[in-house]
Design a protein around this ligand. Structure first.
Ligand SMILES: [Mg+2]
Length: 249
């Protein structure tokens, strides 16, 4: 169904990234391959930094869980300072292939992307209607927040390095899976409480119906965003938009 206009009392627009502000292609054809091709070099250079060591330790823990769970992960050596990097990279690739959302992986990915954005090798992609919607919504006195399974660091980097420049000054708050899963009603209650907003004064926009169902169960207004390259979704239950131009025009 086409979207009915959102209630004007909505004060906050909560946005998903992949498939909503940003083409899925960018994530799967640019960001993930970048980690695959740069993980070895990055780990060789930074493996002794405490933050990277913490990521490596988290990956080792995850490996043990995969091993015990009979998932047959590629063999990872012992968790020592002088351990080989190559098995670690192979395991990271294995996790990426499975689209794993674990905190250790997300944290390491964020650091690798950070280096890429900073040295100019990476530039993020957002849909054309996004920057003008950000300006418009802010002019209307609305807050823009992000809820994505990418880490908060990765979210900030993405919006700081778009083809139209730095959009982070428009963004009020970022939420990732440390707040909760996107398909869990409780995550949306928590976000509303952290923002000190009534649930019904928040509009959540995503390309995935199960996330919208959770948001709506928590009392948020919801819109399904259909973008080129998105995976098909049941379209009968949430208002449908194809561009942010349709939202608070
Ligand atoms: Mg999405």
């Amino acid at each position: 169904m086409t979207a009915a206009p959102l209630n004007q009392t909505v004060r906050t627009v909560l946005l998903d990234i992949e498939g909503t502000t940003t083409p899925l292609n960018f994530v799967y054809n640019v960001l993930f391959p970048y980690v695959r091709s740069h993980a070895m070099q990055f780990l060789a250079k930074h493996r002794s930094s405490p933050e990277v060591l913490a990521d490596i330790a988290a990956l080792h823990q995850e490996y043990m869980v995969d091993l015990r769970g009979g998932l047959d992960p590629p063999t990872l050596g012992p968790d020592t300072q002088d351990a080989e990097i190559e098995p670690l990279v192979t395991y990271v690739e294995w996790l990426i292939e499975r689209d794993r959302k674990s905190t250790g992986l997300k944290s390491l990915q964020g650091k690798i992307w950070e280096e890429g954005y900073k040295n100019g090798e990476l530039q993020s992609q957002i849909f054309d209607d996004v920057p003008r919607a950000f300006k418009r919504w802010r002019k209307q006195g609305r807050k823009i927040c992000i809820f994505s399974s990418g880490s908060v660091l990765a979210q900030k980097l993405l919006f700081a390095h778009t083809q139209t420049g730095d959009l982070t000054p428009h963004i009020h708050a970022y939420f990732d899976t440390t707040t909760g899963a996107k398909s869990d009603l409780a995550s949306y209650l928590k976000i509303a409480s952290l923002l000190e907003q009534a649930e019904s004064d928040i509009a959540f926009i995503s390309d995935v119906t199960t996330e919208l169902d959770a948001g709506r169960s928590a009392g948020l207004a919801t819109l399904l965003c259909r973008r080129p390259g998105n995976r098909p979704q049941p379209e009968k239950t949430h208002g449908l938009i194809q561009s942010f131009d349709e939202v608070f025009p």
